[in-house]
Design a protein around this ligand. Structure first.
Ligand SMILES: [Zn+2]
Length: 84
């Protein structure tokens, strides 16, 4: 009789559409290389990632800025005299 059990990765994919079994970069198969369960170690890792994300050199997105001035990008206007 086949097992009806599914892995936690299969469950995440089914319920939340989060695919942990396929690499988002290359499409290759991903495997678990470590399972960290010690809360102290988890807090230490998350604190490190927070600090890394907060440093200015590692931003993934550019700083937000105001929209460009529309007047700088308007089509040039030519009079009929210039077109003849
Ligand atoms: Zn990959």
């Amino acid at each position: 009789m086949p097992s009806l059990a599914i892995t936690w990765a299969q469950r995440l994919k089914r319920v939340f559409n989060i695919d942990l079994e396929t690499c988002s970069e290359c499409g290759g198969a991903v495997k678990v290389i470590a399972c960290i369960e010690d809360p102290a170690v988890i807090r230490k890792i998350l604190a490190h990632l927070d600090a890394k994300a907060a440093s200015p050199g590692t931003r993934l997105l550019p700083e937000s800025r105001a929209p460009p001035q529309a007047g700088l990008f308007e089509e040039p206007h030519y009079s009929n005299d210039q077109l003849q």
